[in-house]
Design a protein around this ligand. Structure first.
Ligand code: EPU
Length: 417
């Protein structure tokens, strides 16, 4: 069993380089199979979710070459076989093979996806959209069988701007006959990254990044390259580390337009930062003001930043509120922060965080990926030693987190028992 041990209260200074975005990379890799030639994806983060997707590609008889952070995928000899549970359940994003295989082969057999346990995560919008494109769906035990004689463009309205459904429907409709319009589409920067990749292959997608995306079906998708955008959630996590413990900590790889909701909250809290080109510099602030935050779809405050943000709010002078509106069970971190000395009460889906509280190290659990990020931040600011278990969650989404933190002055160890 792997654990992360943090000796806290160390000043952080130097530069942290941000990796490619997990939530883009995990969709770009399945999207690559739509090309009938080969594709290269640059700036792929070295996280365990990437490895899980490569295993699926190999099962589908795709050739995969890894060279540092570049993945080259050749799917010209793809064999469309069942994606078994041992592969699909490793991560949420295995479900992008539904859209990609349906789009390419008009037939998919895949077991249930996995992912963080942060509440009910249905995929009804994905399935409803596939049906509107002409597919039939059978669910047998833990397996989806999705099949279409022909895929025909359709007008699809999403009841909620779901990131996953928007991407899956772009993938499924890319080779459909005629025009597909996705109304109430998700607008997250990752959607634009995926659409750019598909357009580089010869797809005809317009409107990505707005709530109406149009896809004109094409017959053939050729070779293409794409670069994964910087990970705005990883950047946010380290920016918060800087606000807690930084002395001119530099975060390199920040696209300001992707992070306005966080940056404006930092300003409201009285935290100063400088941003020049793609580098943000931030220092510890001992006098942070409390704030109220509500998670929303982009460009609102992203749900994935909520759990790490809770740690920052424990260090504000006064009562802060964080309302989680996207998931119904994203509060796994609260119990452990309270064990470390925080004063957080949960009322329905809102955390009421009374600060400022001194945190002290103890044994905690990373109940999911972003709860794990919160535990790391808490460990950095706490006195004494914090021991985090179930860190597989953290390694799914944070590239080289131990090295990145130690390089800027933290005392973090990964131990294996
Ligand atoms: N929803 C449905 N039906 C659907 C699809 C979604 O009811 O068919 C609901 C979900 O239950 C949720 C809401 O709609 O309440 C939003 O879900 P969405 O589909 O947007 O989320 P997702 O695609 O499953 C991605 C990220 C999440 C991130 C969300 C929101 C990936 C692999 N995951 O999930 O990332 O929280 O978008 O931005 O891209 C994380 O990185 O820690 C993480 C959980």
């Amino acid at each position: 069993m792997k654990k992360i041990i943090i000796k806290g209260n160390k000043v952080l200074s130097g530069t942290i380089n941000i990796a490619g975005a997990k939530n883009s990379a995990v969709a770009l890799i399945p999207a690559a199979i739509l090309s009938d030639e080969f594709t290269s994806i640059y700036n792929v983060p070295n996280i365990s979710d990437k490895n899980a997707l490569i295993n699926i590609l190999k099962e589908l008889n795709c050739q995969v070459l890894e060279d540092n952070n570049i993945l080259t995928i050749n799917s010209s000899k793809l064999k469309n076989t069942l994606i078994k549970e041992e592969l699909s359940s490793k991560l949420r994003a295995s479900y992008y093979f539904m859209g990609a295989l349906l789009g390419k082969c008009k037939h998919v057999e895949i077991c249930l996806p996995g992912g963080c346990n942060i509440g009910a995560r249905p995929i009804d919008y994905h399935l409803k959209g596939f049906k509107q494109l002409g597919a039939t769906i059978k669910i047998e035990d833990n397996k989806y069988i999705i099949d279409a004689k022909v895929l025909k463009g359709a007008n699809i309205y999403l009841d909620f701007p779901s990131v996953g459904a928007t991407i899956n429907l772009m993938l499924a409709s890319i080779k459909a006959t005629g025009k597909t319009i996705i109304y109430n589409a998700a607008k997250e920067p990752e959607i634009v990254n995926i659409a750019t990749f598909l357009n580089n292959m010869g797809a005809k997608i317009t409107g990505a990044g707005t709530s109406e995306i149009t896809i004109e079906g094409v017959d053939y998708l050729h070779k293409a390259i794409v670069e994964v955008i910087p990970d705005r959630i990883e950047a946010a996590t380290y920016i918060m580390a800087g606000a807690l413990m930084g002395d001119n900590l530099k975060i390199n790889g920040v696209i300001k337009e992707h992070m306005e909701s966080l940056l404006s909250k930092l300003t409201e809290m009285g935290i100063e930062y400088n941003i020049k080109d793609f580098e943000l510099t931030i220092s510890k602030n001992d006098n942070m003001k409390p704030v109220s935050i509500k998670s929303q779809v982009f460009p609102g405050f992203v749900t994935d930043m909520g759990q790490p943000m809770s740690v920052l709010l424990t260090q504000c002078n006064g009562v802060s509120f964080f309302e989680e509106t996207i998931y119904d069970n994203r509060m796994g971190h609260v119990k452990y922060l309270n064990n470390m000395g925080a004063d957080i009460k949960v009322k329905e889906n809102t955390e009421i965080i009374c600060g400022k509280t001194n945190l002290h190290g103890c044994k905690v659990i990373a109940t999911d990926l972003r709860a794990g990020a919160a535990m790391v931040l808490a460990g950095l600011v706490a006195s004494g030693t914090t021991e985090i278990s179930q860190i597989e969650h953290i390694l799914r989404g944070y590239e080289n987190i131990i090295e990145k933190l130690n390089n800027v002055g933290a005392d973090v160890k990964l131990v294996e028992e």
